[in-house]
Structures are given as structure tokens and as C-alpha cells.
Write a protein that binds this ligand. Sequence first.
Ligand code: 5GP
Length: 117
Amino acid sequence: MSEKTIFQKIIDREIPAPLVYEDEFCVAFNDISPQAPIHVLIVPRKVIPRVGAAEQDDQATLGALLLAAGAVARKLGVDSREKGFRLAINNGVDAGETVPHLHVHLLAGRPLDWPPG
Ligand code: 5GP
């Protein structure tokens, strides 16, 4: 069996990380190296390495990730037209993926440049 990712260890409570949100499909916690005043990671309990590795059976999990992102944004008060948020998924090393366990970055709390670097 391959070694657990850092996110799997957080999900399994082997590494402490206060959860901002959780449901049957996913958990959310603050990024250890925030790139904005609000930087939350939304992570599926199921280990899917990246979007490109997701399969048809993962449809419910993938949908749940976006619903969880909306719930986190509402909880943190950044879901209005003015106070918005950005979701990002880095798929592969070229895109900046460092943890091979699918996760959605939710960034908010400051104006965010577009296009991203
Ligand atoms: P990626 O670069 O794969 O898209 O995102 C991985 C993210 O996980 C990075 O933003 C990084 O700061 C965050 N991260 C890495 N290790 C830990 C950790 O142990 N705890 C938390 N909360 N975040 C982590």
C-alpha cells in the first residue's frame, strides 16, 4: 500500500488540524501556508490523486467538493457579490500540485489577480 498523504493523515486525525467544515464526503481546514487572508483546503475523504485521475464513480465526491466550498464560503462570510472567493485545483507538477490527494483551494479576503501566475 502506498504511503498516506499528509491530507489522509489529517483526515485520520493522526496530524492535528482544526476542521473548518466536514461532511460525509469531505473535510476542510486552513492551509498551513496561506496565500490570502482566507485560504482553506477542501479535501475528499476518498483518496483521488487529482482531477485527471477521477473516475465516473467519483461523481458524487466531485460534486460534494463544490457544495462544500460554497458552504465554507458562506460560513466565512465571503459568498457575496462584493466579498468573493476563488477556487483553484492544481493538477500536476506544472500546475503547482505538491500533495497528490485531490483538494480545492478556497482563497478569499483580498482582491485576487487574474490571470493567476
Ligand atoms: P498543492 O500545491 O498540492 O495544490 O496544495 C497543497 C497545499 O497543502 C499547499 O498550499 C500547502 O501549503 C498545504 N499543506 C502542505 N502540508 C500541509 C499540512 O501539513 N497542513 C496543512 N494545513 N496544509 C498543508
